[in-house]
Design a protein around this ligand. Structure first.
Ligand SMILES: *Cc1c(COP(=O)(O)O)cnc(C)c1O
Length: 306
């Protein structure tokens, strides 16, 4: 007699076509426009101590992305929320990185270039929580390289407010950064303003005034949380263009991401910030972020199998 053991999902799981499967078994067809044309909208919501953080804000942004890309995945907000909850519960993961994805899908007519004919579809996947900057590097302050050979793809070419897979610019900058011994990279726009990096927004603090870019960037949910936290700590906040020369005059610089919260920056190219140690405001905001992640008003608890 053979007893069928359920698959181990602790390394990660995916929700595809209504089924939860091990992440290693998940894939998309080679002719999916998601793959052949990076024609994808996605979003990433963190799970912390068994609950989604700000889930409705992430769903709102994701659904706005689908509208912007004219995708219809045949699922409404409730169905997406249920799929995410089912998948994370099945994985048993209590600290997790949860991706929801809408892909353009396949065009049933071979060679047809009409995007309206594609079978848009939704899938999701979950892996153990990801820190976009490893925790030990966040603790000493991360070193950021400004991309030299590449600028952020213009906002009138690819809409940066739709979280997307067009990473060619970031990947080039990451090669430059790693080759030069830096941890990560951020990109300027064609006017020389600081935009964002691979998965994070950028903040600069001048006295008690906190600045982050208003355009040419994803409106990060962690960016929003950071603005709210700064407000609660009595800082003045401003969203406006942030020229590189201004950023270089800041008292502190830090990053924000759903993968790790607020991350202090101690170096941008060869400029050293706050004497090479994480700045006090960045550290305060980092601690506050992990505190807010546990606040009931911002959490959606997940019901795990017993
Ligand atoms: C995901 C992402 C961010 C950060 O957004 P959060 O919602 O805070 O995680 C910033 N920029 C880019 C390009 C991103 O992909």
């Amino acid at each position: 007699m053979t007893i069928k053991t359920p698959p181990d999902l602790s390394n990660g799981a995916a929700w595809m076509g209504g089924r939860v499967i091990p992440i290693a078994d998940a894939g998309v067809p080679v002719t999916d426009w998601g793959l052949t044309h990076a024609d994808i909208a996605y979003d990433v919501v963190p799970v912390w101590h068994g609950g989604f953080f700000r889930l409705e804000d992430y769903l709102t942004r994701f659904i706005a992305s689908l509208t912007a890309l004219r995708m219809d995945v045949g699922m409404d907000r409730d169905a997406m929320r249920a799929a995410l909850a089912e998948m994370v519960a099945a994985s048993g993961l209590r600290q997790a990185y949860v991706a929801m994805v809408a892909a353009r899908g396949r065009n049933p007519i071979p060679g047809d270039r009409d995007p309206r004919n594609c079978d848009n579809h939704f899938y999701a996947w979950v892996v153990p929580y990801v820190h976009v900057v490893p925790e030990e590097i966040a603790a000493r302050g991360t070193h950021v390289w400004i991309g030299k050979s590449v600028r952020r793809i213009p906002q009138d070419s690819v809409n940066p407010r739709v979280k997307n897979y067009h990473w060619g610019d970031f990947t080039s900058a990451l090669f430059e950064a790693k080759d030069a011994g830096y941890d990560t990279a951020m990109l300027l726009d064609h006017a020389g303003n600081v935009t964002e990096g691979p998965g994070f927004n950028v903040f600069a603090l001048f006295g008690d005034r906190l600045v982050t870019a208003d355009h040419g960037v994803l409106h990060g949910i962690t960016r929003q949380t950071t603005l709210e936290m700064a407000d609660s700590l009595g800082l003045k906040t401003e969203t406006c263009a942030l020229p590189l020369e201004e950023l270089m005059q800041a008292d502190e610089v830090f990053l924000s991401s759903s993968g790790g919260g607020v991350v202090p920056v101690t170096r941008v190219d060869d400029r050293v910030f706050s004497n090479g140690a994480p700045g006090p405001v960045a550290q305060r905001l980092r601690a506050t972020y992990f505190d807010w992640m546990q606040q009931d008003r911002l959490r959606t608890p997940i019901t795990y199998p017993a």
